[in-house]
Each structure stands twice: as structure tokens, then as C-alpha cells.
Design a protein around this ligand. Structure first.
Ligand code: UD1
Ligand code: UDP
Length: 370
């Protein structure tokens, strides 16, 4: 039987993490021939995430430029992808999520009349600029996509409402849950180097932030809120792996660089990061993937966004939207620290984002699709 030739494409940290289970499943399955393409939209953070899963890309577009614009990334992918697709001739291109890499690789596949499978399809905030540019990237991708892998029934409904046919939508769960379970099943909770400076039983608050719509005033407010939390709760230690985007590094290092119980560290290797999530009292983040992982782990998150395209985590009671308002972030933290009842309620693990079998479901949907 002729193998199905599949080219998964990714370029940022979250795409690498979320595509890794699909790549591992494809490479282990004789029905498929797999050619992996990394754009390296994120040079260091993509490679750090891939290293955990031992994945070597077959092609590396080596795109990242310091301080790159959205147009730089889209143009860079389009420029290189045409020739690559012409040479490899895959039956399918798989893209993940809503980044510039995903959108541009999907568009290049469409230009070459190659079928597109969209992993994590159907997420919607219905706000053009929140998240920016991701909401529009994923809508444009939906228009290009042949087979939509919706992580949840809610995401499937969003696609149905937009007129996509049932036969072209597979509800698979989110592949980040496959990645999370893989880490929990394949790794030990080894000492976390980032915790070395912190007393053994001290309570930890884990922070991440990188959203474009928060750049400028939003980030200054986030930093002010973290400063107030650190001052009000001196026994708590805030660990903040700072995203490498210069728009994040600059305000965070200058405002928070000098506070005793705030620890600014490099982006963390995925395994340590998951174990640190488990070790933390709660999380403050604007990340998409962390909303999914924390819901599966039952680890409360104050989500620094006004809207979320992942309402399942909020409905589960684990995620709480606080935006970038200083007062809301600080009072959310106060509740997680002082209100035992509220904390317990936000701490129950819920598998609303999948059961760890998304990658296999994606493979079966690819085989069955007509
Ligand atoms: C990108 C995605 C966003 C995703 C986020 C995950 C787009 C438009 N944005 O945003 O959807 O949520 O990744 O983290 O696709 N940098 C490095 N090394 C790295 C990574 C980044 O130095 O390993 C710096 C570079 O200066 C780079 C800049 O960060 O130019 C911005 O990277 P970029 O991928 O354009 O945007 P992100 O904000 O990371
Ligand atoms: N993550 C990581 N190291 C870190 C911070 C995050 O491995 O220092 C992981 C996290 O567990 C999640 C993913 O990176 O799987 C989220 O990436 P990010 O927040 O950059 O992007 P988003 O999900 O918002 O697109």
C-alpha cells in the first residue's frame, strides 16, 4: 500500500511541543512517510522544546532574526516553502495553532495545491486584536484547511457555525495533553535548577508572559502587579522564565530585576517547566498552552487576558481571567494565597482538553479522510 506522505511544519516553542506527539506517532507508523520541517521562527526556544522529545527536523529554514516583524516571518516562510514543497511533494502539510509559521506554511501548501491538516483548529475569541495576530491567523487557516483537528467539541461547534462540513472536522483532544502525559510518564521529578536559590518548602508562584497585545502599558502593569505581590507576600517566591522577545525582556528585566523574591530566569526546558508547574502554588500567565496544561493538572492560573479562546479552562474553574489590570492581578493572587476554599475549588484537575490520545486520533482521521 502506498504510504501517505506527511509534512508537519512548526517554528515556535508551543508548536514544537504540540506537534511533537504527532511527529512521534507518524514516525512510528508504517502507513506514513514523514518529512519534518522546522522554520525556526524561534531559534533557541524551538530547539529547546524539540530536544526534550529527541526530534531532529529533516529541513530547517533557520528563519529567526532578532526583533523580527510579523511580515518578516510570513515572508520568510513563503519565500522558502514553495521550493521545499516542490521538492518533497507531500500529500499533506500539517500546521499547528495560530502562529505566523502556521499561517504562512498553510498558505504555501494551498498555493502548491497540497492538502492542509490543521492541528488545534476552531479556537475563537471573536476579537480581531485579542490575541493579536493569532485570532486572524487561525481564521485564515480555517479557510485554507482541508481537515480540521478540533481539540474539543466546543471548537468543533465553532467550525460548524462557520459552515465547515462535519466530515472535515475530527475532534481529537489537544496534542499538548499528549505531550504533558508523555513528560509525566517518561520523566522523573528531578531537582529543578531554577529552584536552587529558594528554600526547599517555600511557596512558589510561577509566571510567564509574552502576548503582543500586552506589549507596552500592559507589560508595565503586569510588572507593577508582580512587584506588589512580592512585597505583600515576602515568603512567596515568584519564578518568572522570561520570554526571549526583546519587547518582553526590556520591561521585565528593568522593572523586576532587583527584587529579592522575584527570580527572573531563562526560558525553561519543557520537562523542568512541567515539574515546576506541579510544584507551584499557582500560576500567573498569558499563555495559551499553559491554560490547557494547568487545567489537566488542576493548577490554578490567573490568566492575564481579557478574553480567552479556551473557555473550557475557565468553565472548569481552574483558569480565571484577570487581564493586565494591576488591581485584578493582585486581588486574584490574594485570593489564591489567603482563601483556602477558593484555592481548593480552583485546584481540581479536569480533562476537558483531551485524554492524551490526540496524536493517534489525528493519524486515524488522516487515513480515513476522503
Ligand atoms: C510567537 C507567536 C505567538 C506564540 C509565541 C509563543 C506569532 C506572530 N507569534 O510570538 O503566537 O504564542 O511565539 O512563545 O507567530 N526570540 C529569540 N529566541 C527565540 C525566540 C524568540 O531571540 O528562541 C526573540 C527574537 O528577537 C524574535 C522575537 O523574540 O525576533 C520575537 O519572536 P516571534 O516568534 O516573532 O514572536 P513571539 O512574540 O515569540
Ligand atoms: N513552556 C516551557 N518553558 C517555559 C515556559 C513555557 O517549556 O519556560 C511551555 C509550556 O509548558 C507550554 C508552552 O511552553 O507548553 C507555552 O508556550 P508559550 O506560552 O510561549 O506560547 P502559547 O502557548 O501562548 O502560544
Amino acid at each position: 500500500m502506498k504510504k501517505i506522505k506527511v509534512m508537519p511544519v512548526f517554528g515556535t516553542r508551543p508548536e514544537a511541543i504540540k506537534m511533537a506527539p504527532v511527529i512521534m506517532a507518524l514516525r512510528a507508523d508504517e502507513r506514513f512517510e514523514t518529512v519534518v520541517c522546522a522554520t525556526a521562527q524561534h531559534r533557541q526556544m524551538q530547539d529547546q522544546a524539540l530536544g526534550v522529545f529527541g526530534i531532529q527536523p529533516d529541513h530547517d529554514l533557520n528563519l529567526m532574526k532578532p526583533g523580527q516583524s510579523l511580515n518578516d516571518v510570513v515572508a520568510g516562510v513563503l519565500n522558502q516553502m514553495g521550493d521545499l514543497l516542490e521538492a518533497v511533494k507531500p500529500d499533506w502539510v500539517l500546521v499547528q495553532g495560530d502562529t505566523s509559521t502556521a499561517f504562512a506554511a498553510g498558505l504555501a501548501a494551498f498555493h502548491a495545491r497540497i492538502a492542509v491538516g490543521h492541528v488545534e483548529a476552531g479556537l475563537r475569541s471573536y476579537q480581531k486584536y485579542a490575541p493579536y495576530p493569532e485570532e486572524i491567523n487561525r481564521k485564515m487557516l480555517s479557510a485554507i484547511t482541508d481537515l480540521h483537528f478540533a481539540p474539543t467539541p466546543f471548537a468543533k461547534q465553532a467550525l460548524q457555525k462557520e459552515g465547515f462540513a462535519d466530515k472535515d472536522i475530527a475532534v481529537t483532544g489537544n496534542t499538548v495533553i499528549d505531550a504533558l502525559f508523555w513528560v509525566l510518564n517518561h520523566t522523573q521529578a528531578a531537582p529543578i535548577p531554577e529552584l536552587a536559590a529558594i528554600p526547599e518548602n517555600a511557596p512558589v508562584i510561577l509566571v510567564t508572559g509574552h502576548r503582543r497585545e500586552n506589549f507596552g502599558e500592559g507589560f508595565r502593569d503586569i510588572c507593577e502587579a508582580l512587584k506588589q505581590i512580592a512585597q505583600q507576600y515576602p515568603d512567596y517566591h515568584i519564578i518568572y522564565p522570561v520570554h526571549l522577545n526583546p519587547n518582553v525582556q526590556k520591561p521585565v528585566l528593568s522593572i523586576l530585576g532587583d527584587i529579592n523574591n522575584i527570580h527572573l530566569v531563562e526560558p525553561m526546558e519543557y520537562v523542568s517547566f512541567i515539574h515546576l508547574m506541579q510544584r507551584s502554588h499557582f500560576i500567573i500567565s498569558d499563555s495559551g498552552g499553559i491554560q490547557e496544561e494547568s487545567t489537566a493538572l488542576g493548577k490554578p492560573v490567573l490568566v492575564m487576558r481579557d478574553v480567552t479562546e479556551r473557555p473550557e479552562g475557565v468553565q472548569a474553574g481552574v483558569c480565571q481571567l484577570v487581564g493586565t489590570d494591576v488591581e485584578k492581578i493582585v486581588s486574584g493572587a490574594k485570593q489564591m494565597i489567603e482563601d483556602e476554599n477558593a484555592y481548593q475549588q480552583a485546584s481540581s484537575a479536569r480533562q476537558v482538553f483531551g485524554d492524551g490520545t490526540a496524536a493517534q486520533k489525528i493519524l486515524e482521521a488522516l487515513v480515513a479522510w476522503k
